[in-house]
Design a binder for this molecule. Structure first.
Ligand code: ADP
Ligand code: SF4
Length: 692
């Protein structure tokens, strides 16, 4: 179908140095926890985006030298021809689709401590390295080091064009790149011609641009990825100072400006802390100062926001990392006038957490992310059904919704039955919590897709018993009944119920989300360590209660370090006037007070008075229905039920991402015995080649 002409601007070609991009969709450099160690997985992941219509696709950061080693992460490298040859196939894949291939050359400087290569980190000054408080300083680079660094960039750039890259980066962003460390007053304390004034601190960026342009000639364009602001005030890069100065100084020197804010937590802000297009105030000046094309990011998923950004002269390209992960086919869908099919990123940063925990890549919205090669999953297509069985899915949370949607795509006749008046399960409840509204997209996208399917029926307000299921008449039954927060406090720290937890003033997050009337002062106990404790505290504080958070760890919401949110959560709750007591466990819950103690010094006991206590600890599967059905195989047989399965939180409570993934996986594997027997491929490093 022809698209709305308002969106034509998104499909106008544009020149970048000697290259032409076919449209305005630009997958900016982003890591995907695969890199050089899971090369095939990485290529297959990027291939989906090439198929999905992106004009430019970039690698993740690609190290130019062993003195920049990102271990334990398997980030790409261009240290020598071996790594270059590995990337040749990557480039060829992009070219098959007419996509421009970009490579983000990097020297991490202070960003990593070179755990595997044992080389000294390099920095503009003798700074601490930034990675995980590793107790090592950078060596202050002398003139010979700077010369060497420039040579490494040139050699890597030559290798890159040799294997066919169309765009080669100079990278000064995210607080993990040496040229940014030189630019920032935070890290550059030099007194020579590379320190002091902005001109001096920017000198290295200019030299690298000149060097790289000379190295690639007319074979490739040169892009500068620049952090225009570090959100450190006068102690760091500010867009009004260093940002503007650099763009003015080198205005038309790079063939493309890729601009954003630093560090990664600022650039990849979650939806809890930033709305779509949140970088505009920082980067809007760039296009005023250069004739070269500009790309920016901002978790763009709305075509109207995209055209507004271009039409108002903020950017030339719609840069995306997360939106391209959640929907690799985003450009195609706009091009084909299928905007309602866009699977919008929810801004949860589970993809980022995969990188930060060295896990296999994953995405909450797109269960096929990271599985393109391993399981051969395609985000837009799926095998046709393997039988004419009717399917009953019980429970319409993220697992049930995704399972029903994917089975519907396969052509099965599916009935999705939900006890509550509305579908969505935990997503419906949690998206009403402060800052989590975008999470509702997990439900909304699936509901809109299912609505188009004649073979999928949704029934709400119907709680099914085991007998109801037996009487239903479906040959396949999938139980997706979710989980509930437990009320006894058992979790990481307490293996047994906290004494007094049966009291009337003790609540769970489910109670709070269900609208229970709490009286203050309120104590929230966080022994879950993801988002729930903090977000419940925010909700209760916003309702006017005096709120204290108690947690046995040193930080609130400890796991959100991986989603880049922990520091923001800590500062938000403190700025809201919530008291935070870390390192403490609850010994006993009394009628009017709670006895707490320091987990490192148990003798230190004190009492907190309270009127309501919320235990954000752990969850239990709601698996009574599954257990009742599976306990009576003869009844299943008599009812004609050939397959009984359970998916999502009713198996083991996890993240929304886990639930969507498991719902999808069941749908893929139903009636596909061969696939189930060989669940996935494993990438292994070949020792003889690794040592070459
Ligand atoms: P998940 O994350 O695994 O999808 P959720 O807790 O989000 O789990 O969703 C489970 C859904 O199942 C909830 O909306 C709940 O109301 C529904 N549910 C639970 N038991 C039944 C039942 N017996 N019949 C129908 N729906 C049920
Ligand atoms: Fe977006 Fe979350 Fe998917 Fe990342 S994991 S792409 S933030 S939906």
């Amino acid at each position: 179908m022809a698209r709305d002409p308002r969106y034509d601007v998104l499909f106008t070609p544009i020149k970048i140095g000697p290259k032409i991009a076919k449209n305005r969709f630009y997958q900016v450099p982003h890591c995907n926890a695969m890199g050089y160690t899971e090369h095939h997985g990485d290529v297959a992941h990027r291939r989906m985006k090439a198929e999905g219509g992106w004009a430019i696709i970039s690698t993740e950061q690609c190290s130019i030298h062993p003195s920049s080693c990102a271990a334990p992460y398997g980030e790409r490298r261009l240290w020598n021809d071996y790594y270059a040859e590995q990337l040749r196939g990557w480039v060829d894949t992009m070219h098959e689709y007419g996509v421009l291939a970009a490579v983000e050359l990097v020297h991490n400087g202070l960003g990593f401590s070179n755990r595997k290569t044992k080389e000294f980190p390099l920095g503009p000054s003798a700074n601490m390295v930034h990675y995980n408080w590793d107790p090592i300083m950078a060596r202050e680079m002398d003139k010979a080091d700077i010369k060497e660094f420039r040579r490494w960039q040139v050699e890597a750039a030559k290798r890159a064009v040799n294997v066919g890259y169309d765009i080669v980066y100079v990278y000064a962003g995210h607080d993990i790149a040496l040229p940014q460390h030189f630019l920032s007053p935070h890290t550059n304390h030099r007194t020579d011609e590379y320190g002091g004034s902005v001109e001096n601190r920017a000198r290295l960026i200019g030299e690298l641009l000149e060097d790289t342009k000379e190295a690639v000639g007319d074979k490739a364009a040169v892009a500068l990825r620049l952090a225009v602001d570090e959100n450190r005030g006068e102690h760091g890069i500010r867009w009004q100072e260093e940002g503007q100065a650099v763009v003015e100084m080198f205005s038309d020197l790079p063939d493309l400006w890729d601009v954003n804010i630093s560090d990664w937590a600022e650039d990849s802000a979650t939806s809890r802390f930033a709305d779509e297009a949140y970088q505009e105030p920082y980067v809007a000046f760039v296009k005023q100062k250069t004739d070269r094309p500009v790309v920016t990011v901002g978790r763009y998923t709305s075509p109207d926001t995209m055209i507004s950004q271009i039409n108002r002269g903020i950017t030339d390209f719609i840069g995306a990392a997360r939106p391209s992960i959640a929907d690799p086919f985003l450009p195609k869908k706009i091009e084909e006038d299928r905007n309602e099919d866009i699977r919008e990123c929810i801004g949860c940063n589970m993809c980022v957490a995969a990188e930060n925990t060295s896990s296999l890549f994953r995405c909450t919205q797109n269960p096929t992310a990271g599985e393109e090669w391993r399981r051969g999953w395609h985000p837009e297509t799926i095998e046709a059904k393997g039988s004419d069985d009717g399917v009953l899915v019980v429970g319409a949370g993220p697992a049930g919704l995704e399972c029903a949607r994917a089975l519907g795509m396969r052509g099965y006749t599916v009935h999705l039955v939900e006890a509550e008046p509305e579908v969505g399960g935990r997503v419906a409840r949690e998206s009403a919590l402060p800052g989590l509204a975008s999470w509702g997209r997990v439900r909304d996208w699936r509901v809109s897709q299912i609505a188009k399917m004649k073979n999928v029926e949704v029934h709400t307000g119907t709680r099914l018993s085991a007998q109801d299921v037996l009487d239903y008449g479906a040959e396949t039954v999938v139980v997706a009944t979710g989980s509930r927060w437990r009320g006894d406090g058992v979790a990481y720290t307490n293996a047994h119920a906290i004494p007094g937890s049966e009291g009337k003033k003790v609540f769970t997050p489910d109670d709070v989300m269900g609208g229970a009337a709490l009286e203050g002062p309120v104590v929230v106990f966080d022994d879950d360590h993801y988002y729930m404790g903090g977000v419940i505290a925010e909700k209760l504080r916003a309702a006017g209660h005096e709120v204290t958070i108690v947690t046995p760890l040193m930080e609130l919401s400890r796991w959100t370090e991986y989603t880049l949110e922990m520091e923001k959560i800590m500062s938000r709750v403190l700025s809201m006037g919530i008291e935070l007591i870390t390192d403490h466990n609850i010994a006993h819950i009394g009628d009017n007070s709670i006895e707490i103690y320091n987990v490192y010094h148990e003798e230190t006991r004190r009492h907190l008075s309270y009127q309501s206590l919320v235990l954000a600890t752990s969850r239990l599967p709601e698996d009574a229905l599954y257990r009742a059905l599976s306990a009576a195989p003869e009844k299943l047989e008599a009812a004609g039920i050939r397959t009984l399965a359970r998916v999502g939180d009713c198996v083991a409570a996890g993240t929304i991402q886990h639930a969507v993934y498991e719902g999808h996986r069941f749908a893929r594997e139903l009636d596909a015995g061969a696939i189930a027997d060989v669940p996935y491929r494993v990438e292994e490093v070949r020792l003889e080649r690794a040592s070459a």
